[in-house]
Design a protein around this ligand. Structure first.
Ligand code: PAF
Length: 282
């Protein structure tokens, strides 16, 4: 695996590689890699793409400074895991390299409704930061395919919107959430949980599965309230339990029994904020 740290170097490298004609797949990450990230890489490799990963903990997408400071960093292990999984190229830039003119963005991305709900509502500025870094990364690493995980459902929709807004020539590929045997969605933030908390955290998936099973056409308020209470009883501080139209994230309070839905949860277990979602199709 080739490791490049400078914008200039990766630009030059990718420009020369263009002649090969092989499609590229880009998997941007913030490190602390787990089987979910590796599944994105495996999926891209199985398509025969040249695989490029990046590791950069982007400060501008953290609305909470403590969360940023405590974000797990396991760079040696990450490099080993990527090498072992057959990643072709790793981009490992510094903050100065990514933000040579400072972190304040001169652009405001018009995300509309998507920024007013769920993660957008509970983490003000978060998606502007995500767009800022994804825009910068895609400018440095132009790619045929961009791979993201379904675990960050709303982020996938935001990035799709960004691609359309800026007319970026890439195709977004969304890969399924990888889960522990307990159902817990794999996440870098799980590294901040102890064993007891990890068991407790599996309640999120249990709750989403319960919603999926119990869902019937009609009013959805009761089902959302019951699910929220389940999480509170299990020791969570809940930001939201929501059910939305899967294609638009429009919040649904009354279901026609046919529209494809997604159930989404964000909740704190002690200091650690966890998110997960489950698609519901009839
Ligand atoms: O999902 C993530 O890890 C990050 O939000 C991303 C897409 C790498 C941007 O920093």
């Amino acid at each position: 695996m080739i490791i490049l740290r400078k914008v200039e170097d990766i630009r030059e490298f990718l420009e020369k590689r263009k002649k090969s004609g092989q499609n590229t797949a880009f998997i941007p990450t913030m490190g602390a890699l787990h089987a979910g990230h590796i599944s994105l890489l495996n999926s891209a490799k199985s398509e025969g793409h040249y695989t490029i990963c990046s590791i950069f903990v982007n400060p501008t997408q953290f609305n909470n400074q403590q969360d940023f400071a405590k974000y797990p960093k396991t760079i040696e292990q990450d490099i080993y895991a990527l090498e072992h999984a057959g990643c072709d190229l790793l981009f490992l830039p510094s903050t100065e390299e990514m933000y040579p003119n400072g972190q304040k963005s001169t652009l405001q991305y018009d995300l509309g409704y998507l920024e007013t709900i769920l993660e957008g509502k509970y983490r003000p500025g978060h998606f502007q930061g995500v767009c800022q870094i994804v825009h910068r990364l895609l400018d440095i690493v132009p790619t045929d395919y961009l791979y993201l995980g379904q675990k960050d459902y709303q982020q996938c929709m935001v990035v799709q919107k960004l691609i359309e807004l800026l007319d970026i020539k890439t195709t977004l590929v969304i890969c399924p959430t990888q889960r522990e045997a307990s159902g817990l969605a794999m996440s870098s933030r799980n590294m901040r949980l102890n064993d007891t908390e990890k068991k407790q955290a599996a309640k999120i998936y249990e709750t989403l599965s319960h919603i999926k099973k119990a869902l019937k056409a009609g009013e959805l308020n009761e089902i959302k309230e019951t699910a929220t209470q389940k999480l509170i009883d299990a020791g969570f501080t809940v930001d939201y339990v929501e059910i939305a139209e899967s294609s638009s994230l429009k919040i649904i309070n009354n279901w026609d029994g046919h529209m494809p839905l997604v159930a989404l949860v964000a909740a704190y277990l002690n200091e650690v904020r966890l998110i997960d979602n489950l698609l519901i199709t009839n």
